[in-house]
Design a protein around this ligand. Structure first.
Ligand code: ZN
Length: 488
């Protein structure tokens, strides 16, 4: 007897798209067959006629419970929303795996950083989860820049062991982002050392790349000219900064033979730098956000401008267009949210280039907006939709084909999308955040059913899952083809 059949939907598999039945046994996909061919008894049938059946999404970039480092709120001890809130938004939006960050801090090693973050998620996540380890240039106790100590060299030397233990992605920053935040930035000497170790051990280095010199000079200039409102953020976090920093990081990757994952690409210069590196055959992968691909810095001038912001900033029309082209045709590999949920009032409390609160709440909207803007409006193929919302993240982060594929033996993580839905998105359609920059957005198609390892956890707006359903994904290993050349 089979536990579940998803019947007669248009199914996107690694070998093509077709109208098939997907059979689920226990936590895994058992078979994909011609409609009606599976004659066995079935526990439950989901009629997916007219629907699109895709692998559950992977949100590769989320920050649960992060102490908010922004000057206006830093001293209040506030944190971003915890895993149960973020993961609830994920599963309502068709996403079944969330990748968060395990931050190293003074006094602990990398293994402990992973364990700390796991304690936060364990029993509190509707989605499966895993973590990038984060290394920072200067470690601080709490979120204050005072009492900073440099990253101990021993911690850099722990990277290979961490990767071999199944946590194979490490993240660094090349900027502090604003002048008053903790010293998270790592200089290029140290980044090179981390890259060498990542390359040795077969991991992938994720980078928040901005050019510290360009950004900090522009903060100084904007202050001097009294142009310090949120609406000037894109002058500091600008196209030149992305161009310079991406090229330096890519050059280092070329020297060290490291595979790199450039997070939240926001500018056409970033897309071009990635394209150039990939043309040389380098294993370089780019992530963008649906916000960056859709909005421009013009929105900062609106009364609710800060709601749209994360670091780096939104750019211009040509940048957004380049990002969509990069998603539809390459060279970008994934679409993420940079999830950091905080309440609307808090998100609107920072109004200057120093204290505008970063992070986006819109992980629930990620798959639906990518469907609407990518597939419905720009002709993105179904295979490409699956690649950028799920499969590529699974490949780069070393979870494929357990995650990111509808194939026999894969985890039965599935999103069913109804492509016929046409409406303006309302807050009532959403389930975790108290605001959405997509409110009123005209959508065409939306995820309606989400299945995690064989369990239907969301069905037509009803939450059937439990915050104890999510499980830690360890044993991640990126395959050689992803590490050696630009393979997805
Ligand atoms: Zn982030």
């Amino acid at each position: 007897m089979l536990d579940l059949i998803i019947r007669g939907g248009t199914v996107v598999t690694p070998w093509g798209v077709g109208v098939w039945d997907v059979a689920v046994q226990g936590e895994q996909i058992a078979a994909i067959a011609e409609p009606g061919a599976l004659k066995r008894d079935v526990g439950r049938v989901i009629d997916a006629a007219g629907m699109i059946v895709v692998p559950g999404g992977i949100e590769p970039h989320a920050h649960a419970s992060l102490p908010l480092p922004y000057p206006g709120v830093r001293d209040q001890g506030l944190r971003a929303a915890p895993p149960d809130v973020i993961s609830k938004a994920c599963v309502f939006g068709g996403t079944t795996t969330v990748v968060d960050f395990a931050n190293w801090r003074p006094g602990i090693d990398l293994r402990q950083a992973i364990e700390e973050k796991d304690r936060l998620y364990h029993g509190h996540s509707y989605a499966d989860y895993t973590f990038h380890a984060v290394l920072i240039g200067m470690g601080t106790e709490g979120a204050t820049p005072e009492r900073a100590v440099p990253l101990p060299l021993e911690v850099i030397d722990q990277v290979p062991e961490l990767i071999q233990s199944g946590f194979n992605t490490v993240k660094v920053w090349t900027t502090n982002a604003t002048t008053k935040r903790p010293r998270q930035m790592m200089d290029f000497g140290h980044v090179a050392a981390v890259m060498e170790r990542v390359a040795q051990a077969g991991g992938v280095l994720a980078v928040h790349a901005e050019d510290e010199d360009v950004v900090m000079y522009m903060y100084r200039r904007l202050h001097a000219e009294g142009r310090t409102g949120t609406e000037f953020l894109h002058e500091a976090h600008n196209n030149l900064s992305e161009d310079m920093s991406f090229r330096r990081v890519i050059r280092l990757a070329e020297w060290t033979r490291a595979a790199i994952y450039l997070m939240h690409v926001s500018a056409k210069e970033g897309v071009e730098a990635i394209a150039e590196g990939r043309r040389k055959g380098l294993p370089i992968y780019g992530e963008t956000l649906h916000h960056y691909a859709t909005f421009t810095s013009d929105v900062y001038r609106q009364p609710e401008g800060p709601l749209y912001h994360t670091y780096p900033s939104l750019k211009f029309c040509q940048d957004a267009e380049a990002l969509w082209r990069g998603l539809v045709n390459g060279p970008l590999s994934t679409i993420a949210t940079d999830v950091l949920f905080c309440e609307r009032a808090l998100k609107l409390s920072g109004r200057t280039i120093e204290d505008t609160v970063g992070g986006n709440a819109a992980t629930e909207e990620r798959m639906g907006i990518t469907w609407t803007e990518g597939v419905a409006k720009r002709g993105m193929s179904l295979e490409r939709f699956v690649a950028v919302t799920s499969a590529n993240a699974a490949k780069i982060l070393g979870m494929y084909p357990k995650k990111g594929a509808i194939a026999p033996g894969s985890d039965a993580d599935v999103a069913v999308i109804d492509p016929s839905i046409r409406k303006r998105l309302s807050l009532r359609d959403l389930h975790a955040a108290d605001h959405s920059v997509w409110e009123g957005w005209e959508i065409r198609g939306w995820p309606i059913t989400t299945i995690l390892r064989g369990k239907v956890i969301v069905d037509h707006g009803k939450l059937l899952g439990d915050s104890a359903d999510g499980r830690l994904i360890g044993a991640r290993k990126t395959p050689p083809e992803i590490l050696q050349r630009p393979a997805c």
